[in-house]
Write a protein that binds this ligand. Sequence first.
Ligand code: ADP
Length: 636
Amino acid sequence: MAKKQFKAESKRLLDLMINSIYTNKEIFLREIISNASDAIDKLCYLSLTDEGVGMNREDFRIEVIPDKEARTITVRDNGIGMTREECESNLGVIAKSGSYAFRDTMDEEHKEDLSIIGQFGVGFYSAFMVSDEVTVITRKYGSDEAVKWQSSGADGYTVSEADRAEVGTDVIMHIKPDTEEEVYGSYLEVWKLKALIKKYSDYVRWPICMDIEHQERYETGEKNDDGSPKVEYRMVKENETVNSMVPIWQRSKSEVTDDDCIAYYKEKNHDRKDPCALIRVNAEGTVSYKAMLFVPGEQNEGVFYGDAKGGITLYSNGVMIMEKCDKLVHDYFEFVKGIVDSPDLSLNISREILQHDRQLRVIGQNLEKKIKGELEKMLKEDKPKYETFFRNFGVHLKCGVCDEYGRYKDFLRDLLIFYTSEDRQITLKEYVENMPESQKVIYYAASDSVKHAMSLPQCELVRSRGYELIYLTSALDEMVIENLREQDGKSFCNVVTDDLGFETEEEKKAAEERDIENREFLDFVKDSSDGRIVKAKLSSKPGSLPCCLTTEGGITLEMEKYFRNGPNEEMRSIKANRVLELNPEHEAVKALQAAYAGDKEKAASLTKVLLVLAEMMAGVEVEDPAEFVGLVSKLF
Ligand code: ADP
């Protein structure tokens, strides 16, 4: 029989399919099953108006039949079937299966990136990823003739008459021999096929059936020595429906309770804890979709190993098209798990085109709004629950605020909560609402622990005025504040570095004059500090203490600590500009000034002691404890 040639572009894609290295060969089964399901849809639809079909809804099914000896997998459906012409026109070209068209829209640079192709749904042709010969035996509804279409790949195909009593289609894939890289034979295993059906086609509307062997316990009819019936085991084959068909999210809200959804989540995600939020969406409009999303109750340990990432799985009409799709929503919501099912999504979606797909962008944006709304509701109605959520996932939101130069900060700011000197966690909005009239700025202290922040003399000053203080305990927190810049028109004040705003203009002027008068003394203090400070000044900031350490410029002590663990030397050498602030009212500073007037050597020692005290207060590691001990000992 003469071989017919594939249309040019189909031949090219076939070549690619057969000869290149694909990462995701297993999708072939999903593609062939989806075609079978579509074919059944068509006949089922016809049966509504055409009594001649003689089939009921329950009669339709897809059969997956592996045959290890013949090395074939047959996917059989009792759908609409194809005529000879349809076989030629549908299977002879890659017309509708969007991958080729997509490839055409790719820019030149990516055109030859063959690996991309393997990630799409490529329809019928994907059978050639695992088969060296594909035979289709089909009979169209209403036709007396059955057709056999056969091809072993790019060199063409044959069409001939065939025998087939029933309407429907068999796609028989002859599986390639095993190679060193790929054990194609594994696709002939029942367990493997079953797993693939579960993974990709669990929610196909029609039953997907397989003969599955079970061990069965039976009584032989004989008796044991003790008179009990003798029991033996045998293997029996049963035809089982492998897929669950109707996905939980496709059923109406009245049919499926929230508890059902939670049970589904726990089972699917192997999570023993209840999720802390459930979001169910049934959107109809320009883009229709159903979504069922969960915010896990706990940070899964696996997150740190990168294998238990959240992510949303995409389905199109119950057919899984992408698992753990991490690009549907921004990274700041990457902890959200669940599913989105939209009939408007094409099977040909890949991670590469996902971001550019308009419909997906619309879905992603809508879902983000829903997630935010749900979190805001939790914050308002169940604060302790929100605090737990924030402890687990707040870091994602904080990173989101800093991402892309603060592009998402306004979307996220109301979801952030901060621990304050009033021993509570509040949003910045609440903080500003609670500010007394006299307070002009939002005070915050950055330190590595709340306990330490509380002990900073500057905090004491702020608190003594009756103002609330936000305690930041990580460099990320500080970056968040930098990105947010303000809240409801109020700017931030870092109590360690910034002017607290408590001094009147006159007081400031007097302080400046005092610094000028004491210039020589202050320069002496600086020069005695072995380069550890850039400046010394007299101030009231230390409160009841003799001195404190502050910084000037953009780098704070907390940031310096953060950079110290940086990836390169340049980063690690970033230092904050330290300022030693001395309280002129304090006895210790008075003693230093007296020493400066009479005994410079003693004054230098006292300076060093005060500097170390200030460093300890600021939570900076003391560089030379032995020197410090020596200096203090000499004071006695
Ligand atoms: P797509 O499904 O994206 O249209 P495919 O390459 O998978 O592309 O299939 C091409 C066409 O072949 C289908 O649109 C359908 O008309 C036909 N076809 C494939 N498999 C079957 C089947 N099992 N029964 C009837 N028609 C089929």
